[in-house]
Structures are given as C-alpha cells and as structure tokens.
Design a binder for this molecule. Sequence first.
Ligand SMILES: C[S@@+](CC[C@H](N)C(=O)[O-])C[C@H]1O[C@@H](n2cnc3c(N)ncnc32)[C@H](O)[C@@H]1O
Length: 345
Amino acid sequence: MIQDGSLSGERFRPRFIDLFCGAGLLSHAFKSVGLRPALAIDLDKKAIQSYRNNVAKCAEVADVRAVRTDISADVIVAGPPCQGFSTLGRRDPQDVRNELGLSVLEWTSALNPKIVVIENVPGFLQSHWFDEISQGLKFQGYETQVFVLDAIDYGAAQKRGRAFTIGSRVGRVDMPTPRKSRPRTFKDVVLNRPIKADDPMHVWPTPSALAMERFQAIPERGGKRDLILNRPDLCPQSWHGLIGEATDVWGRIDADEPSNTVRCSFLNPSKGRYIHPFENRVLSLREGARLQGIPDSWVLAGEPTPIARQIGNGVPIPLGRAIAKEVMKALTREHMAETSYSAAA
Ligand SMILES: C[S@@+](CC[C@H](N)C(=O)[O-])C[C@H]1O[C@@H](n2cnc3c(N)ncnc32)[C@H](O)[C@@H]1O
C-alpha cells in the first residue's frame, strides 16, 4: 500500500461539505488531513470572505435550510450555532437557532454521504434536538457514535469541551487518542512565539481610563476578586457582595496554563478570563486565534468584533484535526476494501 492510502498511487482525496462553516476552522482541519472541500456555506458574509481567503474558494453565503442536490460529497461536517445549548449562553430551549441542526438530516437524506460529523457544545447532548438528530441518522442507516472531547487533550492551549455526533455508513470511526504529553499553555503558543509587529490581527481594543485602572489593579493570575479587594473604588456597589463568589470575569490568563474557552466576546474583559498575563489589555485577535490553533498566515475579514466572533465560533483546529484523522482512517479503510475487491473481480 502506498502511504496515502491508495493502491494505485493515485491520491485518495474524499470530498466534504461544511454546513455552518464560519471562517472555516473545522474545514481547515479536514483539509489538512487530505479531504477536499467541495462546498461550504454560512449566512455570515465576512466569515465566508475569511473562508475564501484562507481555506478554499468553494464557500458561499447561503442558508443551510436550502438543501442543495446538485453536488455530492463523501462527508458532511456541520457546526450548528450552539448559543441555545451553551452553559455560557442563556441555554434557551426555545432558541430558534437550536432547530437549525435538524437541517443536517435533510442534507444527509438528499446527498447520502458516507460519514456525517456534527459538532456542538456538550449541552447539546441533553437536548431533544440531539435525540431527534441521532434517531434521524439511525433511521437513515447510519451507525452513530458520540465523543465528548476537550481541546486541551488534543494539542490546543485552550480548555474547550466539544461534543461530536458522528454517523457512519462505512464502519466505526474510532475516538481519537488523547495526547500523553502535558497540555500546551498560553506561554507555549503565544509568549514563546513572538508575533510579528506588523501583523494586522495583533490588535486589541484601547481600554477606557476606568478599564486601564482596573487592569493595573489585577495581579498576575488574578481576577475580579482582587479588583474588588484592591480597588473597591473602581467597582460598582453591586460587585461588593460578590467577593466570595468564584468568578473568572476580569481575569488574567495564567501564562503557564491553557486558557479558558475563547468565546466570541473575548475582546471584552467583563466576559471572561481574557486579560493578558502581564500587559494591561485584553488578548489581541492574533492571540485569540493562536489559542484556537489558527495559522498566523490567516487574516480574517471584517471589523475586530466580527473577527473575534469568527475566532470564538470555531472548532480549535488541533481538536478538529484529531477527529478528521479518524474520519479519514475510516474512509481509507472502506476505500481500500472497495479497491481490492474491484481489483480481485
Ligand atoms: C459555531 S459557528 C461554526 C464554526 C465553524 N464550524 C468553524 O469551525 O469555524 C456557527 C455558524 O452558523 C452560521 N449560521 C447560523 N445560522 C445559519 C443558517 N441558517 N445558515 C447558514 N449558516 C448559519 C453562523 O453565521 C455561524 O458562522
């Protein structure tokens, strides 16, 4: 067998469609293990521009609810919006975005891919939408599996739990093996790899005078609690009763640890532990991108807030790649069996 999984030397390059593609982090992961993007769709024009600039030209602004039948693919990947299921969001079962995931079933029914991968937050698994989707996949003849994985176990310098619901017509897709080495840290992916001074994404919001005073009052690894204790005069009355509560907002990142989940709002210090370990500012867009495993060659389209959304919405690339490798293995196994069968016939 030739190393790329072919018998003939012709490279085996299955095609995939990415529904809800965003800026294309999950697509990049699949492309990096040898799959070819055939179509990627998202409603967000800037995310599509980013995808076209950095991943492939096949991305289109479109609504996933309009199923296409003029295309074929071996794999469908989909990362429907997760706000309705996220413990960080409002977790609203009535959120209309929750039902968007059901469109994936219409695509699988129309296009009959060999494998489908649906990525979401772990909270999705407790929803009736998950029950409907997994029942629907079984009904369509897919063997289904669910993996709940943390990005820190697969090479990202970020704690981020994600649920992957996988349907396969080509046998089991194995769970990716977690790395044995220690998790990567902020220092590993940001401080030890200096960012070019002219990097257009090494930008962050200029803090207001009040925000700057607050940053100065927060020590290394500290957070809102230190702020309330050190400078009560900078805090609204409503915070004073919260000293005992563990809270990560207005928190400095610990340089020797992986970061917390990089959310779409990581440019706002009141939304999480997003303050630089030593500097008096939040993360830059590039630093947020590094925590997601995005290559420095990528420049994302739009203003800073929409760019932060494209970054925070994505699947950490090392985690996506770990899943993509297993999907590629299952496809290659089936391809080899098919090829040897036709060779023998
Ligand atoms: C969680 S993000 C996907 C991130 C992507 N998988 C990645 O790794 O970069 C969800 C995306 O769904 C898109 N979206 C929401 N509703 C949509 C719809 N009806 N049709 C197409 N895209 C939609 C949003 O614009 C957002 O980019």
